[in-house]
Design a protein around this ligand. Structure first.
Ligand code: CO8
Length: 260
């Protein structure tokens, strides 16, 4: 394992898994512009690296991220907020093609919850707490929270969370579909990396196409989404991995992936 940077972000790689650890411990990993810029740059560079097949974003045991940095935002005017265009880095992250897994331990509030939802998969430690408490500090979610919550957990729960600002625990997050798994806090980081390793074992190009196809469900009406999935499915038949994967199944052996 090689560490290439420290605060506000620790960037590591373990085999085919790129690991990005939010690291602003004094402020519960509050997301300031510097952290978001580094996160986007590191994720893009993993995305360009053919050896990296999945990316994991982690925080600390106490906090994934307690939201955007309130101290940084507090004095800003409308003009300053627009001028800074912080969402550019969120958009860069959204365009990464490699699957990104959010491993949420502790608080994932406001922008922290939005960051988890921006990832392709979110898994929670049993101590996780999610919420969109922006109304308690006079704003609303700004990094996609209202839209992604409404799409992933439905209007009723999205309204409940965004209007009351209440926190929900890991079990409730699992029940409503905000996360796909709840894992013990003990050994959590390793368990999340294992999910990354599981993804990394699959046919890499097919994984990226599957991500694109599932995302199409969020971005298009059903008819358009079905068409997008069909086109991506057909395109798999132009890859060596499709030939290898199916042949390996028929020959009862493990596949050797070539496409990345
Ligand atoms: N920003 C800056 N500092 C923070 C933040 C934050 N979001 N959250 C916690 N901190 C700091 C605290 O100020 C405190 O600092 P200090 O030790 O210097 O006083 C330290 O972290 C520890 O926090 P607490 O003492 O408050 O710890 P507690 O265990 O008592 O409470 C909580 C933990 C419940 C998480 C509490 O800290 C809290 O409520 N935090 C704020 C949560 C919040 O409101 N988040 C939403 C922010 S707004 C947002 O995310 C909008 C996103 C949209 C756009 C994003 C791009 C611009």
């Amino acid at each position: 394992m090689t560490e290439t940077s420290t605060e506000p972000l620790i960037v590591e790689r373990e085999g085919s898994v790129g690991i990005l650890q939010l690291h602003r411990p004094k402020v519960l990993n509050a997301l300031n512009p510097e952290l978001m810029a580094q996160l986007a740059t590191a994720a893009e560079s993993f995305d360009e690296d053919p050896e990296i097949k999945s990316i994991v974003i982690l925080g600390s045991e106490r906090a994934f991220a307690a939201g955007a940095d309130i101290a940084d935002m507090a004095p800003r005017s409308v003009a300053e907020m627009k001028q800074r265009d912080q969402f550019r880095d969120w958009d860069r992250l959204r365009r990464v093609r490699t699957p990104i897994i959010a491993g949420v331990s502790g608080f994932a509030l406001g922008g922290g919850c939005e960051l988890a939802m921006l990832c392709d998969l979110a898994v929670a430690a049993d101590n996780a707490k999610f919420g969109q408490p922006e109304v308690s500090i006079g704003v609303i979610p700004g990094a996609g929270g209202t839209q992604r919550l409404a799409r992933s957990v439905g209007r009723a729960v999205a309204m409940d969370l965004c209007l009351t600002g209440r926190m929900l625990d890991a079990e409730e997050a699992l029940r409503i579909g905000l996360v796909s798994r709840v894992l013990p806090t003990e050994g959590f980081a390793e368990a999340v990396k294992n999910i990354g390793r599981e993804i990394a074992k699959q046919a890499p190009l097919a994984v990226r196409l599957a991500k694109e196809a599932v995302n199409a469900a969020f971005e298009t009406p059903l008819e358009g989404g079905i068409q997008a999935e069909r086109n991506l499915f057909f395109s798999c038949f132009g890859t060596e991995d499709q030939k290898e994967g199916m042949q390996a199944f028929l020959e009862k052996r493990k596949p050797n992936w070539n496409n990345c």
